[in-house]
Design a protein around this ligand. Structure first.
Ligand code: HEM
Ligand code: SF4
Length: 554
């Protein structure tokens, strides 16, 4: 994990002091709301429906147990005792008092955390794969590159006032688990035929009002050029991106308007001037960044023996074996596994954790996973380095704290934005829809039979809940002041990324469980033995689903 040096500490502390003065001046009436607005946004502070909302940066989703304990303390002392993990691996507080936000930021600074650049028209938190460094299919660990990009982008003077917010995701694996194709820039680490490390560069993806899948603009970018190439992309965006219309300001609109090829040509031309300048990364800088992400002190373990022992332990324990099958993932180190702590038990807003649970996760991380934890973009947490021998006891403890729902990858592991319960932009509530669906579909055998399925819910077209890229997507819509829900089918956030197709007219909230049931019925009736929901959908198309859902009764 990256560790702050004296400069980092100083920069963050100075920012806290600066924001404290700004907040005091605002509260004293010396700063007008419109003057305070850009200042608070630069520090992650939104004004929301019921209270301010503070978004805290979690670089590429990585946290240590000390930080978790501090978050627990902050939610307890300054908030209502819970925090929310978002689809961009960040943490949000829903109830801070404005006058206390500087204190919260000071507390965060103590554990090398902050809220800088978590909102506003700048480069936001860089996101990545939750299994970075441990995934079996990994080409190379993306975290050193994420950290390099983070350091380059934080306070970058040229990119502090972009036309719109800007999101970068990096994946180091063949399987995309970071939704890189729906980011402004998606970077996939690859090796070329000579064995050199570099990036496939995708640009112009994004969700929201105009969802777009990113375009490949470069097949192979040698790793030393990553920053100069990002410079070139951002310069072209900064220069040509629209500033006259907020809804047309994202880079996806520019790439679409120019065409990916023309956009790529402009980037390449700009890059020629930058290619070998000061931001070219010397090998020792890359090595230095890698030095923060070395392997933990793994024990030498006989993998076969460990797996055998585990199989025995699970033999007569259905609950444990279900959890092992769903929430435990492969690992490149023999004898180890990565464990997903589900933040989606029925009745809890997806991604919400209490102060007590945060402390419990910190305990589990210390005890079982070298004190580290990762946040996933599906709003769960991951203990990445657990000895297989420890899985049964970890399971028992996770269960006691409500993290062991064995639903990872199933329908009830849904992504859901805060919606109308918290967000002032919402057209409709989303948390009650998630809860109604969790209650209806609580039979695990049925969920396992359905297989891997993503269901994503957003309360408005800003798409914070990634509804466009859910196999089933639910979008809150407003009709003459009333809340309705539109259903979309066929989205995917994986390597084969696709955007969902709208099924038809929207539904009332109470109808949603029955509507989803009909969709699932069509899938179950039509699937072949090897198909998952998305495969069947792609084969049979939207029509059979439409016909069933909108069939007249009787
Ligand atoms: C409650 C306060 C929030 C506000 C005011 C807010 C605002 C917005 C807005 C305006 C957009 C559309 C941006 C655009 O298309 O240009 C957006 C998109 C997005 N937000 Fe939020 N959001 C909030 C909470 C969240 C939460 C809780 C999450 C995660 C669960 C989240 C993650 C995202 C993501 C992933 C997008 C996708 C669109 C993209 O960047 O392509 N936001 N948000
Ligand atoms: S999708 Fe809409 S309702 Fe949901 S958090 Fe984003 S802006 Fe708010």
């Amino acid at each position: 994990m990256y560790v702050y040096d004296a400069h980092d500490h100083q920069i963050v502390r100075e920012r806290v002091a600066q924001f404290r003065r700004q907040t005091e001046r605002y509260l004293a009436g010396d700063l007008k709301p419109e003057e305070f607005l850009p200042l608070r946004l630069q520090n992650g502070l939104y004004v929301q429906r019921v209270a301010p909302m503070l978004r805290i940066a979690v670089p590429y989703g990585l946290l240590n147990s000390k930080q978790l304990r501090k978050l627990a303390h902050i939610t307890r002392v300054y908030d209502k005792g819970y925090a929310h993990f978002t689809t961009r691996q960040n943490v949000q507080l829903n109830w801070p008092q404005l006058e206390q936000v500087p204190d919260i930021l000071a507390e965060l600074a103590d554990v090398e955390m902050h809220a800088i650049q978590t909102s506003g028209n700048c480069i936001r938190n860089v996101t990545s794969d939750q299994y970075a460094g441990v995934a079996e299919d990994e080409v190379t660990d993306p975290r050193p590159y994420c950290e390099i990009i983070r350091q380059w982008s934080t306070f970058h003077p040229e990119f502090a006032f972009l036309p719109r917010k800007f999101k970068i995701a990096v994946s180091g694996s063949e399987q995309d688990r970071a939704a890189i194709l729906v980011h402004d820039i998606g970077l996939q680490l690859v090796r070329n035929n000579q064995g050199e490390t570099g990036f496939k560069v995708f640009v112009g993806g994004g969700l929201g009002r105009t969802p777009v899948i990113g375009s490949l603009i470069r097949e192979f970018l040698p790793e030393r050029h990553i920053l100069s190439y990002l410079d070139a992309i951002l310069r072209i965006y900064n220069l040509y991106g629209r500033r006259d219309n907020k809804y047309k300001a994202r880079i996806k609109i520019l790439v679409k308007a120019m065409g990916p090829q023309v956009f790529a040509e402009k980037v390449e031309a700009e890059w020629l001037h930058l290619k070998d300048n000061a931001s070219t990364l010397p090998a020792n800088e890359i090595e230095r960044a890698k030095g923060f992400f070395t392997l933990p002190a793994y024990e030498a373990i006989d993998d076969l023996a460990a797996s055998d022992a585990l199989a025995k332990a699970a033999q007569d324990n259905l609950a444990l074996s279900r959890w092992l099958a769903r929430n435990v993932k492969g690992h490149r180190q023999p004898g180890y596994a990565a464990v997903v702590l589900s933040l989606k038990p029925t009745g809890v807003a997806p991604g919400d954790v209490t102060d007590k649970q945060l402390e419990a996760v910190a305990e589990l991380a210390d005890k079982y996973s070298f004190g580290e934890i990762r946040a996933t973009h599906e709003q769960n947490l991951v203990l990445a380095d657990v000895r297989k021998a420890d899985l049964p006891s970890l399971w028992a403890e996770a269960k006691a704290h409500g993290f062991a729902t064995p639903n990872i990858g199933t329908l009830t592991d849904m992504i859901c934005c805060p919606g109308g319960d918290f967000c002032s932009l919402a057209n409709a509530k989303s948390i009650p829809v998630a809860e109604a669906l969790q209650r209806k579909f609580d039979d695990m055998d049925y969920l396992y039979d359905l297989g891997d399925l993503t269901l994503n819910i957003s309360g408005c077209m800003n798409a914070c809940g990634h509804h466009h890229v859910g196999h089933i997507g639910v979008l809150g819509v407003d009709k003459k002041g009333e809340e309705f829900y539109q259903v979309q089918l066929g989205g995917s956030a994986a390597n084969d990324a696709s955007l969902g197709t709208v099924l038809g007219p929207s539904f009332g909230r109470d109808d949603m469980p029955a509507v989803i049931q009909k969709i699932l019925d069509v899938y179950v009736e039509n699937r072949t033995p090897e198909e998952q929901f998305i495969d069947t959908y792609r084969r049979i198309g939207v029509t059979p689903f439409k016909e069933r859902v909108y069939a007249k009764a009787g």
